[in-house]
Design a protein around this ligand. Structure first.
Ligand code: RIB
Length: 305
């Protein structure tokens, strides 16, 4: 049986509209459709890891509203352990998402219950962290909580993954030494490193800076350009599978969850990256966050063994 993946992070209800293009400031556009979809970077990564073969525990907070119940229910339906998802007073996290005809999106999130996931709450679930083999964090919960979890994960000797999303600037310097795998996309890698990442070469420069800052290994996801792996000794480029993109929401989350599930299952780093890439590629061919995440058999059907 595969080792356990613990996700410490956000759950959001995604309010998704499709429109021909993204609106400009002050502009009103007529949308084409609207849907309410379970999302949140933490919950999406938990669903991806679970659908792709891992046992998963989710540590997070939802509000005491109808969205909170639905968000928890969506994880329970995937057999994700939700005993560590607390129900707190107030609204759940929400994400307002517009997806355009070229499959790009723009997202505004409101933390809601995610803002109440304190370091003390995570410390109260230490047994769950101890049970995990791989621990994943993102940046949609308070930074103090992320910092605490990374440090505790390192103390416990776990494989610690940080997906620094969304990122608006450099990470606290003391975090880097606790991170085994730092997995930003281009814009996050730019925000963290100060290098404008728009090519493989610039991704190599950014990755080198992040390794010099103390991250163990860095994987920069570059959308259709694939992923760049760096460990301080070498770089490796993993081209992306070619697919027709419909909606890129949660593609990064699917990569992270798939990569973690594959590592937990004992696959090599390179196999785990390819596995995460196939899962992410399949996710962009479908609409929405959690509904778009493929299962293990979808991925196995895509990768002939
Ligand atoms: O990464 C995609 C996710 O970002 C969405 O599900 C939305 O909730 C935002 O958090």
């Amino acid at each position: 049986m595969s080792a356990k993946v613990v996700v410490v992070g956000s759950l959001n209800m995604d309010l998704v509209t499709r429109a021909e293009r993204l609106p400009r400031g002050g502009e009103t556009l007529i949308g084409k459709s609207f849907a309410t979809v379970s999302g949140g970077k933490g919950a999406n990564q938990a669903v991806a890891a679970a659908r792709l073969g891992a046992q998963v525990s989710m540590v997070g907070c939802v509000g005491d509203d109808a969205y909170g119940e639905q968000l928890r229910g969506a994880l329970l339906a995937e057999q994700i352990d939700c005993q560590t998802v607390s129900v707190v007073e107030g609204s759940s996290g929400v994400a307002l998402i517009v997806v355009d005809d070229s499959s790009q999106n723009a997202i505004v999130i409101v933390a809601g219950g995610n803002g109440q996931l304190t370091p003390e709450k995570v410390a109260g679930f230490d047994g769950v962290l101890q049970d995990g083999q791989v621990i994943i964090c993102q940046l949609e919960v308070p930074l103090a909580t992320v910092g605490y979890t990374l440090k505790r994960g390192r103390e416990l000797g776990k494989t610690v993954i940080l997906n620094p999303a969304p990122a608006s600037g450099p990470l606290p310097a003391q975090w880097y030494g606790a991170i085994d795998y730092l997995i930003p996309n281009e814009s996050e890698a730019s925000a963290l490193s100060g290098v404008a990442v728009d090519s493989l070469e610039s991704a190599e420069v950014a990755a080198s800076r992040l390794i010099a800052a103390g991250a163990g290994k860095v994987i920069i996801t570059l959308g259709a350009q694939g992923s760049l792996f760096a460990d301080g000794q070498r770089f490796e480029h993993f081209p992306a599978p070619r697919v027709k993109a419909i909606d890129t929401t949660a593609a990064g989350d699917t990569f992270v969850g798939g990569f973690a599930a594959a590592l937990a299952a004992g696959k090599s780093e390179a196999e785990a990256i390819r596995f995460g890439q196939v899962a992410a590629a399949l996710s962009v061919t479908r609409a929405g966050a959690q509904p778009s995440i493929p299962t293990l058999s979808d991925v196995q059907a895509f990768i002939p063994s």
